[in-house]
Design a protein around this ligand. Structure first.
Ligand code: MG
Length: 260
């Protein structure tokens, strides 16, 4: 199932993408799903971030080739950090380049969407709490990441967490190609088989610390090839059998002028 969140005629709803149509859900996708019977062409809706997470838990340096390009090794235990829920934005939405940074990077990542409230999940049961997977861009103000020593500001700006285009629920993520293209030029080209700490281990590790809620998102780390974006650039993260998440970089508008 491909679960999308969308707006149409001023209403926001979840739906299941079936071919060229979206079948509208009566409620949210966390639990048994039921349909309203309404079908809308995908081309007539605006796709939104497929979930509104309470938090985004991200993993640093989880591909050896990326850890190496950042001048280090993959940490023995997963290195976790948080991106605020307000960083989440949808497919086709702008990434707002803040005036306070001179280097804003893309990081294409496989995102795990949590399906139910969970804590202290053993690795062997971790897949039971997964609703599905989507594409993410862990946008990072690289200069501020280095300057601050911790990453809340560098990775926490509004719009620094594009998610989408939808959640794929039936998927074997053992070995999927993940690419990031900037203005149609391929910049990152990795495979999820290169993840050092695998998804079940990440879920066990994270939930040994904090409760995850339905809709929470885990960003699993980025492969090698990270680099800067400029205002006007179009960036796409594509994962085999999920889809493509595309956003354009714009200058950050003055405070108060952004409605979503
Ligand atoms: Mg990252």
């Amino acid at each position: 199932m491909r679960i999308a969140r969308f707006s149409h005629d001023g209403e926001v709803a979840f739906g299941v993408v079936e071919g060229d149509d979206i079948a509208e859900l009566a409620s949210h996708p966390f639990g048994p799903v039921s349909f309203t019977g309404k079908r809308i062409p995908v081309s007539d809706v605006r796709l939104l971030a497929p979930v509104l997470p309470s938090k985004v838990v991200a993993i640093g340096k989880n591909y050896a080739d990326h850890a190496s390009e950042m001048g280090g090794d993959v940490p023995e235990q997963p290195l976790i950090f948080l991106k605020p829920s307000t960083a989440v934005t949808g497919p086709g939405d702008p990434i707002a380049y803040p005036g306070s940074s001179e280097r804003v990077d893309y990081e294409g990542e496989l995102a795990v969407v949590v399906g139910r409230l969970c804590r202290d999940v053993p690795e062997g049961k971790a897949m039971d709490v997964v609703l599905g997977y989507t594409c993410a861009n862990d946008v990072t103000a690289r200069d501020q990441q280095k300057a601050d020593g911790q990453w809340s500001r560098a990775k926490g700006y509004d719009s620094f967490c594009p998610l989408g285009p939808w959640i794929e629920t039936e998927l074997d993520i053992a070995d999927l190609r993940i690419t990031t293209t900037l203005n149609s030029e391929t910049k990152q080209d990795g495979r999820t088989s290169q993840l050092v700490h695998k998804v079940p281990a990440l879920i066990a590790y994270i939930t040994s610390c904090m409760t995850l809620l339905p809709g929470d998102v885990i960003l699993t780390g980025t492969p090698a090839g990270v680099g800067p974006m400029q205002i006007g650039d179009e960036v796409s993260v594509e994962i085999e059998r999920i889809g493509r998440l595309t956003n354009t970089v714009v200058p950050r508008a003055p405070v108060g002028s952004v409605a979503r």
